[in-house]
Design a protein around this ligand. Structure first.
Ligand code: FNR
Length: 182
C-alpha cells in the first residue's frame, strides 16, 4: 500500500514530522509512507494553476498515484498552518487529485487539546468540493497527541498508550483504503 504523507510543520525538529517518521517505521510491513516535500511549493496562484511549475506537477502526480494519504497537522492559532493549506489548495484545482482519495488525519501539539481545533478545520477543508477526500470517520479514530514534550524521545513517539491507540487506527485506515479499491 502506497501512502503519501503531508506534514504541516516544516521545522527540522517538528513533533508532527517525528510522529510521521514513527508511523513510517512502525508500520513499514503494512504500508510504504513517503513524506511529500510541501515546503518547496510556490504560493498557490490561480494564474499558474493550468501550467504549474515542476514542484507542483510532481507533488500532484505523487498524490494521484498514492493509495491514500496521511496528514499530520500542528495547530497554529487554532487552525492548520498556511503551508499545509497552500498544499491543499494546489490539490483542489484542475485535476483535483484528492477526490475520493482515502485520508487519515493525525496531529501533535505541545498544548492540552492536541490539535483538536486544527483537525476540525482540516476535516471541513477536506470536505470542500475541490478536495472531497474520503476521510476516515473521526469516531474512535482521532489521533490527538497532546503534551508532546513528554511523549517523544530521540525524534520518535515513545508513549506506549498513544502508540497502541494508533495501532488500532492504522488497522481501520487500511480497511478504509481497501474498501475503496473494491
Ligand atoms: C503554536 N502552538 C499552538 N498549539 C496549540 O495547541 N494551539 C494553537 O493554537 C497553537 N498556536 C501556535 C501558533 C504558532 C505560530 C506556533 C509556532 C505554535 C504550539 C504548537 O503546538 C507547537 O509549537 C508544536 O510543537 C508545533 O508542531 P511541530 O512544529 O512540533 O510539528
Amino acid at each position: 500500500m502506497k501512502i503519501v504523507a503531508l506534514v504541516g510543520s516544516i521545522r527540522d525538529e517538528s513533533y508532527n514530522l517525528a510522529l510521521m517518521k514513527t508511523l513510517q517505521k512502525r508500520y513499514r510491513e503494512k504500508m510504504e509512507i513517503t513524506i511529500a516535500n510541501i515546503k518547496e511549493l510556490p504560493f498557490y496562484n490561480e494564474d499558474m494553476e493550468n501550467n504549474p511549475n515542476e514542484m507542483v506537477q510532481q507533488f500532484k502526480k505523487e498524490i494521484a498515484e498514492a493509495d491514500g494519504i496521511i496528514i499530520a497537522t500542528p495547530e497554529y492559532n487554532w487552525s492548520i498552518p498556511g503551508v499545509l493549506k497552500n498544499a491543499l489548495d494546489w490539490l483542489s484545482r484542475v485535476d483535483k487529485v484528492l477526490q475520493k482519495k482515502p485520508a487519515m488525519i493525525v496531529g501533535v501539539s505541545t498544548g492540552q487539546v492536541g490539535t483538536l481545533r486544527a483537525q476540525l478545520h482540516l476535516r471541513q477543508i477536506l470536505a470542500s468540493p475541490g478536495l472531497s477526500a474520503r476521510v476516515l470517520p473521526p469516531a474512535g479514530n482521532e489521533v490527538l497527541v497532546n503534551h508532546a514534550g513528554a511523549k517523544f524521545e530521540n525524534g520518535m513517539l515513545t508513549d506506549e498508550s498513544t502508540l497502541s491507540f494508533i495501532d488500532g487506527v492504522i488497522e481501520r485506515f487500511i480497511t478504509w483504503v481497501n474498501i475503496g479499491k473494491k
